[in-house]
Design a protein around this ligand. Structure first.
Ligand code: B1M
Length: 214
């Protein structure tokens, strides 16, 4: 088995120590960090989700797999960041109210940081008002909302509405993303952009910020 296959299996098994060791070996073998992330870890989390759906995994197994992924991301982090990039703007990000999934959001934050954004991460279970307040306090023109549950997606719409109610719809752009979110849903709730995955989120974020430059 090669490094990526072993990493994939250990992420599914939730063995954080082994995941960290596997990532280090993969980096030592000069395997591209994005390949390690996409093929070793993100693919593994897809499989964890499938096992959960099939009733083979339960919440504790999902949780330890999530922790193993997070431990791996911490090691991979400096390899995904480009220190040469200049600052491009501020973005406030968070997972919407009621939702505790943060791995995808953290990854998006990491990629944005790598692309030169100053990232203000509000964490998980963030209320619409907390997003609005943070955007005001930090004078951020971009806000990113993540949701992984179909039951918490409506809180994205509530957050978009809260920005409208605060009179900030024209001064702040909102990007949404997360496994159940689609372009169609983005348009329906009146958000400004949809990031299908972490790297596409970076191009969408840059595009949304450039709209303020004209
Ligand atoms: Co949860 N969970 N979970 N879970 N969990 C899912 C999401 C689920 C799809 C599993 C399944 O059934 N197949 C399912 C949701 C079903 C649905 O709503 N349709 C589910 C469920 C049901 C639940 C609970 C309700 C289970 C229960 O308690 N009975 C519960 C809810 C808790 C809550 O939030 N209130 C729950 C709990 C958990 C854990 C806490 C145990 C753990 C999370 C740990 C953590 O995040 N710290 C967990 C995990 C690990 C998962 C799965 C297995 C993996 C999620 C993940 O991290 N993926 C997940 C199954 C799956 O997704 N297939 C599942 C890897 C990550 C890199 O991908 O987050 O999609 P993702 O992010 C991507 C893109 O979506 C995008 O970029 C990222 C990188 O490419 N993206 C953005 C994400 N946010 C973005 C924001 C952007 C732009 C792009 O702009 C701002």
């Amino acid at each position: 088995m090669n490094e990526i296959t072993v990493l994939y299996s250990n992420t599914i098994a939730g063995d954080a120590d082994a995941v960290v060791e596997n990532i280090q070996s993969a980096l030592d073998a000069n395997i591209n960090p994005e390949k390690i992330l996409n093929e070793g870890m993100i693919a593994a989390m897809q499989e964890v989700g499938r096992l959960f759906e099939e009733g083979e995994y339960f919440v504790p197994e999902m949780l330890i797999a999530g922790r193993a992924m997070q431990a791996g991301l911490n090691l991979l982090r400096p390899h995904l960041l480009d220190s040469e990039v200049g600052k491009v703007g501020k973005v406030v990000i968070g997972t919407v109210q009621g939702d505790l999934h943060d791995i995808g959001k953290n990854l998006v934050g990491l990629m944005l940081e790598g692309a030169g954004f100053d990232v203000i991460d509000l964490g998980t279970d963030v209320t619409p008002d907390q997003f609005v307040e943070a955007a005001k306090e930090n004078d951020a023109k971009l806000v990113g909302l993540s949701a992984l549950l179909t039951t918490t997606m409506p809180n994205m719409e509530k957050t978009v509405d809260a920005f409208r109610a605060a009179g900030m719809a024209d001064t702040v752009n909102i990007m949404v993303g997360g496994a159940p979110v689609t372009q169609e849903y983005t348009d329906k709730i009146g958000a400004d952009g949809f990031g299908q995955d972490a790297s596409r989120a970076v191009s969408v974020a840059k595009d949304l910020l450039s709209r303020f430059e004209d």
